[in-house]
Ligand binder design. Structure first.
Ligand code: PGA
Length: 251
């Protein structure tokens, strides 16, 4: 990891969790209270229905919350959508944008992701902008070029507030139990860092680049040790306090 950047471990609950799941966060808070102060920022992105309740009791435990997506507009006739301002009003400080499940299931383009990131920043949220290649892209040797083009199209030129977070999530590693080799992760994260520095200078050098895709207690320490990996975006393993706490402890 890059020493001067405070790592971030973010849990993405996806469409999982009702009120019962809040007990896991209480459990996590209790475990965090037992240990020393965590060496990372801890974010949980629950379903929107739990955001406000979770934000209220997680804050004293040092856990911040985030949305999983937001609409590019401030408000309006968009049935079923949620705006960045609503997420912030419910206590969120972050929001994921451009997750591969949104890119695939809702045909989200880089341009839409860029507009969502702008909307997030306008509402004082930090967007966690996701990028990542498919297995076909990797097999064809174009993983880096695909990610570079997603970064070019999804990151706004202008940053407001506290900037952005990038999450590199190879699509084929999400929810599959498979992960790239440490060397492949390092190569991609170094490429993303070069890209960010070329485009944004010092701010690019200070931007957190998370790894996501089947991160779990058994591989977290190895992944988090890699240069330019500044934390993780964790799906399945963030649902249980034990697993998520083990990953936080791996920092
Ligand atoms: P996973 O999901 O950890 O379950 O692979 C990661 C993500 O989609 O953010």
């Amino acid at each position: 990891m890059t020493a001067e950047i405070t790592p971030l471990i973010a849990g993405n609950w996806k469409m999982n969790g009702t009120s019962v799941a809040l007990a896991e966060v209480r459990n996590l808070a209790a475990r965090l209270a037992e240990g020393g102060p965590p060496r990372c920022t801890i974010v949980i992105c629950p379903p929107a229905t739990l955001l406000e309740r979770l934000s209220e009791f997680a804050a004293p435990a040092g856990i911040v919350t985030g949305g999983q997506d937001c609409h590019p507009a401030l408000s309006g006739a968009h049935t079923g959508d949620i705006s960045a301002q609503m997420l912030a009003d419910a206590g969120a400080q972050y929001t994921i944008v451009g997750h591969s499940e949104r890119r695939t299931n809702h045909r989200e383009t880089d341009e839409l992701v860029r507009l969502k990131a702008l909307a997030a920043m306008a509402a004082n949220l930090i967007p966690i902008i996701c990028v990542g290649e498919t297995e076909a892209d990797r097999d064809a040797g174009r993983a880096e070029s695909v990610v570079a083009s997603q970064l070019a199209g999804s990151i706004p030129d202008e940053w407001a507030g506290q900037g952005i977070v990038i999450a590199y999530e190879p699509v084929w590693a999400i929810g599959t139990g498979r992960t790239p080799t440490a060397a492949d992760i390092e190569q991609m994260h170094n490429a993303i860092r070069r890209d960010l520095v070329t485009r944004f200078g010092d701010r690019g050098a200070a931007t957190r680049i998370l790894y996501g895709g089947s991160m779990k207690p058994s591989n977290a320490a190895e992944i988090l040790r890699i240069e330019n990996v500044n934390g993780g975006l964790v799906g399945g393993a963030s649902l249980l306090a034990n697993d998520f706490h083990a990953i936080i402890s791996a920092v």
